[in-house]
Design a protein around this ligand. Structure first.
Ligand code: NAP
Length: 356
């Protein structure tokens, strides 16, 4: 069904399951903080509205959703996005197919990725935020990860914030995850020596055998993180791509080389803490002239078209590998999201909810 909803007298009404937040969260979130509700959706854009109706195919699970699950005073949400509304579908990036559109840039059948609801069908009232999928010959799920927001985060954070030089010593934390696996592989392409940390022996093995990391360690089984870094990077670190913050960041600061860069992408170790950890080694940035720069991917969406072509090329040329952790069915989404905070996911966590 294409075109304006005004043309059709009636449109099919279909079931629309949603993942909604039951309560605002403090501390570690649980599955019970979310529930599945069942409503209905008319299969067209309501008359008079410029919007796009999407059938969601893949939902992305991303750590930043945690920030939106809490209640903040106006403007205090650290992820610069509004708190999720209790009883409404949660919101995040996803991949979908256009069912109906009254926006001139989209027609029924288009495959898109962008901000959508955690539900089977979403009426997107700001379609400008959607991206058309240009490489539908690759798995569409990649647009939740390596070709979507996490991939762009890795690309922009590494090339624009960390600014690598050939031969740099690079350390990446949460190194097998959605962002980390891309950073490590971009660092190898840039001619760097790359070490990753991850939370299980299985992930450490993946880093070395699948993603080409030169070395890796399981931070959960190391007694002394500083000693692990000294062992894997005896000459120090030029670039630390920080996905976790906390004790890992503190240890990495001690091993930074003169002129080093810390690209602060995320601090997942801190997201569920009521009282956040402090840093003891921050003073190291003075004598070694270290640049510590936080960044949000929203700063870099102007690079998306260039990034998509470059990354799709790497995938097709088998210069980068992709590891996804796919669960089936919208009912699986709450557990999949919660799993990010204990490292249950191996690779990019996503939820497959429908076929194109
Ligand atoms: P991910 O790595 O695929 O999944 C999260 C991983 O974090 C888990 O698998 C786990 O891996 C690790 N983790 C969980 N709790 C931890 C803890 N207490 N201490 C240390 N590690 C912990 O997630 P992602 O999507 O790639 O995101 C990685 C980071 O980038 C997050 O901090 C996220 O917020 C950030 N991010 C930032 C931006 C931005 O614009 N700045 C955009 C996207 C993502 P292990 O098993 O290895 O511990």
């Amino acid at each position: 069904m294409a075109g304006s909803g005004e043309e059709a007298a009636t449109a099919a009404v279909v079931q629309n399951k949603k993942v909604v937040l039951r309560r605002h969260v403090t501390g570690f979130p649980t599955e019970d903080d979310m529930e599945i509700t069942v409503g209905t959706t008319e299969q067209r854009v309501p008359a008079g509205l410029t919007a796009v109706l999407i059938k969601n195919l893949y939902l992305s699970c991303d750590p930043w959703m945690r920030g939106r699950m809490s209640k903040h005073d106006d403007g205090a949400n650290p992820v610069s996005a509004s708190d999720f509304v209790i009883g409404e579908a949660m919101v995040n990036y996803g991949v979908g197919k256009v069912i109906d559109s009254t926006h001139p840039e989209f027609i029924a059948g288009d495959l898109v990725w962008g901000m959508s609801g955690w539900e089977e069908y979403t009426l997107v009232t700001q379609p400008e935020s959607l991206h058309k999928i240009n490489h539908a010959d690759l798995p569409l799920s990649y647009y939740t990860g390596i070709l979507g927001m996490p991939g762009l985060t890795a690309y922009a954070g590494f090339t624009q914030v960390a600014r690598p030089n050939k031969g740099d010593f690079v350390f990446v934390s949460a190194a097998s995850g959605a962002v980390g696996q891309v950073v490590g592989q971009l660092a190898k392409i840039a001619g760097c020596y790359v070490v990753g940390s991850a939370g299980s022996d299985e992930k450490v093995s993946l880093l070395k055998t699948k993603f080409g990391y030169d070395d890796a360690f399981n931070y959960k089984s190391e007694i002394d993180l500083s000693a692990a870094l000294k062992r894997c990077l005896p000459d120090g670190i030029d670039i630390y791509f920080d996905n976790v913050g906390g004790t890992t960041l503190d240890a990495a600061l001690l091993h930074m080389r003169h002129g080093g860069r810390v690209a602060v992408c995320g601090m997942i170790s801190q997201y569920n803490l009521e009282e956040r950890d402090g840093l003891r080694n921050l003073f190291c940035i003075i004598p070694k002239s270290i640049r510590v720069e936080g960044f949000n991917v929203s700063r870099f969406f102007h690079l998306y078209a260039r990034f998509e072509e470059e990354m799709a090329g790497y995938i097709k040329d088998r210069k980068v590998a992709v590891v996804e952790d796919v669960v089936e069915g919208i009912e699986s989404a709450p557990a999949a999201l919660i799993g990010l905070f204990s490292g249950k996911n191996v690779g990019k966590q996503l939820v497959a909810i429908a076929r194109a």
